[in-house]
Design a protein around this ligand. Structure first.
Ligand SMILES: [Zn+2]
Ligand SMILES: [Zn+2]
Length: 165
C-alpha cells in the first residue's frame, strides 16, 4: 500500500487516515522465523505538525512459532503502536526518521520493518518447559521417559557444560 504524501506536504489536507491488511513477504517471513503468520492488520494516520510529517500506526498479527525447547507450536499475538517522523533523504543528515522518496510512503514496508524489530528472541510454550529428552526425543512436559539419564533442566544446561570442562 502506497500513500501519496503530496496533498499533506502541500497543505491540502492536514492528515490522512489509512487502514489495511497485508501478508508478510517471504523474505521477511524467514527472518521472523515463524511457522505461520496471519495477515498483518494495521491502522493509522499521516499528519503534518509544524512542518514536520509524522506517521502513527497500530499493527497486529498472529504468529505461530515452535517452542525453543520442545518444538511444540506456540501462537503469539504480536501488536504494537509506533510513531515515526517521515523525512527526505536530504534531511537524513540532520534528523532521525524514516526516509521517504518521491513524496510516497510505502506503509507496508514501514510496518514490516517495525514488526521485525519487535520479534521475540526466544519463544517458549511455557516458562518451565522441560524440553525433549536428548536420548529418545520424548516431550518431557508430557511425562518422564524411560531413559537412564537424569534430565537436566534446560535452563541449567549451561552450568553442566561449565562443570564438564
Ligand atoms: Zn516447550
Ligand atoms: Zn528419553
Amino acid at each position: 500500500m502506497l500513500i501519496n504524501l503530496s496533498p499533506i506536504i502541500n497543505g491540502r489536507y492536514d492528515k490522512e487516515a489509512f487502514e489495511d491488511t497485508f501478508e508478510l513477504n517471504v523474505e521477511h517471513g524467514k527472518r521472523v522465523g515463524a511457522l505461520h503468520v496471519s495477515p498483518i492488520a494495521f491502522k493509522g494516520e499521516v499528519s503534518m505538525l509544524d512542518d514536520k510529517l509524522f506517521v502513527t500506526c497500530h499493527y497486529c498479527g498472529e504468529f505461530t512459532f515452535s517452542c525453543d525447547r520442545c518444538l511444540e507450536e506456540v501462537k503469539l499475538l504480536i501488536e504494537d503502536d509506533f510513531e515515526t517522523r517521515l523525512i527526505t533523504a536530504e534531511q537524513e543528515e540532520y534528523y532521525d526518521g524514516y526516509v521517504v522518496e518521491n513524496e510516497t510512503l510505502d506503509i507496508v514496508e514501514l510496518v514490516s520493518d517495525e514488526l521485525l524489530t519487535h520479534m521475540p528472541l526466544h519463544v517458549l510454550c511455557r516458562e518451565n518447559c522441560r524440553g525433549i529428552c536428548a536420548t529418545c526425543g520424548k516431550n518431557l512436559n508430557e511425562g518422564e521417559c524411560n531413559c537412564d539419564d537424569a534430565h537436566i533442566d534446560p535452563r541449567f544446561e549451561v552450568l553442566k557444560d561449565l562443570f564438564s570442562k
